[in-house]
Structure formats: structure tokens, C-alpha cells
Design a protein around this ligand. Structure first.
Ligand SMILES: CC(C)(COP(=O)(O)OP(=O)(O)OC[C@H]1O[C@@H](n2cnc3c(N)ncnc32)[C@H](O)[C@@H]1OP(=O)(O)O)[C@@H](O)C(=O)NCCC(=O)NCCS
Length: 172
């Protein structure tokens, strides 16, 4: 599949909102109460919210786009860092999702490289992230890329606590 990875613009909002909700629900649908999931999707994949984030540059979204449309996306933003990283100039990779059906084709890896390059160009010394502790495929991908585990903590989706691993990748 031919695709390109680029920074998202306002015109990508509908596609990101749709893909974001589908992929998040697929990733966490089995472990989160349906009511919690509904509230989370409505809050975080609201096109108005995405428009505000992209317009104000409070978050940077990247899309992988093929002839079929957006097949993956990533989100990067300056957030409250975990205590272990308080003194580090690292930025959070908040989301990295590929459309189900397009896994294993290099799209996630290419998005990750684009995000790292962008973070470096903005003066950050690396990325940190949270990943569900049972998501062994993603953890494997991050470790292969140089991320290391810092510990774990609960991440709340509505009222549901989910055990997540904190990871960091500091670049030289
Ligand atoms: C994790 C994810 C972004 C990887 O993107 P991708 O385009 O499939 O990854 P690539 O083709 O660049 O690299 C393949 C690697 O991704 C990882 N991976 C994770 N889930 C995978 C899946 N279902 N199929 C294939 N690879 C997967 C593996 O490490 C794999 O390499 P390996 O099998 O040799 O160990 C993608 O599978 C995805 O969107 N998964 C669901 C959402 C998710 O877990 N996101 C990360 C949350 S922090």
C-alpha cells in the first residue's frame, strides 16, 4: 500500500475523529464499561475538540494517508509528565493507532519515526508514553525502537482503572 505520513491539518479532523473512535473502542472495548467508553469517545474524539487542539497547536496530530484515506494517526502533546520524568524535556506520545486491517505493514513504525523526528526538531530530548500492560505487540514495537519501561500505574477511562506501563525513549 502506498501512503504518506504528514502533520494533520484542519481538513483531516473528520477522518481522525472517525478513526480515533473506532481504534480506541477496539483497543479497550473488552475491558472498559460501555458507559465509560461512550463518555470517553464523546469527549476525546469530538471534532470540535480536535479542531481546537489542531488550531491552537496544543497538540500535534500526524496522519498516514493512502488512496483509501487516513489509515493511521498519532498524537503528540505537552502534558503533565510522570514524577520520574519531571526534569526531562520529553513530550508525550498520546496515541498511535493504525486502522484494523492495516496492521503489520509498517504504518505504525513510520508514524513513530515521523513523531520522533518532529519532537527532535521542536527541541525535545525524547518521547514518553503509556501503553496498556497487556498490549504486548505495541510494547514489543516500542522496545525495539529504544523505549524502556519506567514502571506502571492505573490510567482511568471513566471510572475504569486500566493498568498501563510508562515508557520513555530519550534520544541522543
Ligand atoms: C501497535 C500499532 C500502532 C503498530 O502499528 P503497525 O502498523 O501494525 O506496526 P508496524 O507494521 O510498523 O510494525 C509491526 C509491529 O507492531 C507491533 N504490533 C502490535 N500489534 C500488532 C498487530 N496486531 N499486528 C501486527 N503488528 C503488531 C509488533 O511489535 C509488530 O512487530 P513484530 O510482530 O515483529 O514484533 C498497531 O498495531 C495498532 O494500531 N494497534 C492497536 C492500537 C495500539 O495498540 N496502539 C498503541 C497504543 S499505545
Amino acid at each position: 500500500m502506498v501512503y504518506e505520513v504528514r502533520l494533520a491539518v484542519i481538513d483531516d479532523i473528520e477522518a481522525i475523529a472517525e478513526l480515533g473512535a473506532i481504534t480506541f473502542a477496539k483497543a479497550y472495548g473488552d475491558i472498559v464499561l460501555a458507559s465509560d467508553m461512550q463518555g470517553y469517545l464523546a469527549e476525546f474524539f469530538d471534532p470540535e475538540r480536535l479542531k481546537q487542539e489542531i488550531g491552537s497547536k496544543s497538540a500535534s496530530y500526524f496522519v498516514a494517508e493512502s488512496q483509501e484515506g487516513v489509515v493511521g494517526y498519532a498524537k503528540l502533546a505537552e502534558t503533565d509528565r510522570p514524577a520520574q520524568l519531571a526534569d526531562e524535556r520529553v513530550i508525550e506520545l498520546i496515541r498511535l493507532y493504525v486502522r484494523p486491517g492495516n496492521y503489520g505493514m509498517g504504518i505504525g513504525g513510520k508514524l513513530l519515526q515521523a513523531v520522533k523526528q518532529y519532537a527532535r526538531s521542536c527541541g525535545y530530548s525524547g518521547l514518553w508514553l503509556r501503553v496498556w500492560e497487556e498490549n504486548s505487540g505495541a510494547i514489543r514495537m516500542y522496545e525495539r525502537d529504544g523505549f524502556r519501561q519506567l514502571g506502571s500505574e492505573p490510567y482511568y477511562i471513566g471510572t475504569t482503572p486500566n493498568p498501563v506501563v510508562l515508557m520513555v525513549n530519550k534520544q541522543r
